[in-house]
Ligand binder design. Structure first.
Ligand code: NAD
Length: 270
């Protein structure tokens, strides 16, 4: 599946290390999380300009609380069940072997960490974390607690007052006085600047950037591969279809991320 020239590069250059990975929703599709714009994706049922923005969600809560509950139940139904797939696991092996320095991910699903990866830079936050809106202190949102919240929301979905009470219990006030919110980046919001700075620092100093399962339609993540290329990195794209980045890549590998990365590991073992 991996073309000969790409295979040669992997055999000779990848072992030299300083590899960075940029991942998107496609790497988690084999874990059962549909890409948002794909066939079963959330944006087929929920308008992204409403459900993908903080203001949109607040207005849905005010005017159509049932829809808000349905959206959260749908979003978390995939995230709660998902487990790391061979692609996530292969990247964690590459890190342990000292080949991969860091993963920059646009995903919010926590699956890289669940697979054992340690250096994970999250550009769009994490759906299993809440963050204070003023001081940015974060707290992990355990799976059991999310399931419990969804159960309560479902039985209270006809009453906006009850829903607000449930939300204030699971998104409490911080010691600084401000409220916690889900730690994911909505459309139109600024990315966490410390994570973005870490991403640029890693990309300034890498030999190879693996771009996996992303259409690169979302900025500023879409700019990162060319930033790395301008600083001398080789770009390898792994995707099940060609993307807008494909023509700028040194090597293109078309296929599912799980299969391709399993093959990459076996090439490196030989
Ligand atoms: P995208 O949906 O725009 O692109 C995904 C790409 O992966 C597509 O080109 C698709 O053809 C490809 N793909 C799908 N399955 C694949 C597989 N098995 N192997 C290889 N490639 C595969 O995703 P994006 O570029 O990450 O942008 C979407 C935004 O939505 C991101 O900001 C992300 O935060 C968010 N999102 C996150 C998750 C998640 O956390 N798992 C899921 C959906 C969306």
């Amino acid at each position: 599946m991996i073309p000969k020239e790409a295979r040669n590069y992997l055999e000779t250059r990848l072992k030299k290390g300083r590899v960075i990975c940029l991942t998107g929703a496609g790497i988690s599709s084999e874990s059962g999380i549909p890409t948002f714009r794909g066939k079963d994706g959330l944006w087929q049922r929920y308008k992204p300009e409403i459900y993908g923005t903080a203001e949109g969600l607040i207005s849905v809560l005010k005017t159509q609380p049932k829809n808000m509950v349905n959206y959260l139940v749908d979003l978390y139904s995939f995230l709660l069940k998902a487990r790391p797939n061979p692609a996530h696991l292969a990247l964690s092996v590459l890190e342990k072997e000292g080949i991969l320095n860091a993963i920059i991910t646009q995903n919010i699903d926590n699956l890289h960490q669940a697979a054992g990866s340690r250096e994970v830079i999250e550009l769009h936050g994490n759906a299993f974390r809440i963050r204070c809106m003023r001081c940015n202190k974060t707290i992990t949102l355990e799976k059991d607690r999310i399931s419990e919240m969804l159960r309560l929301l479902k039985v209270s979905q006809d009453s906006r007052i009850k829903l607000l009470k449930i939300f204030s219990r699971y998104f409490p006030r911080c010691t600084c006085g401000f409220r916690y919110r889900i730690d994911i980046v909505f459309f139109g919001e600024i990315l966490p600047q410390d994570e973005l700075s870490r991403a640029y620092a890693e990309l300034s100093n890498c030999n190879t950037l693996l771009v996996i399962g992303t259409s690169l339609a979302v900025f500023p993540a879409a700019e990162l591969p060319l930033y790395a290329k301008e600083r001398g990195a080789k770009l390898i794209e792994i995707n099940d279809v060609p993307t807008a980045l494909s023509h700028s890549c040194d090597y293109k590998i078309i296929g599912s991320a799980g299969k391709v990365l399993t093959e990459v590991l076996s090439i490196l073992k030989n």
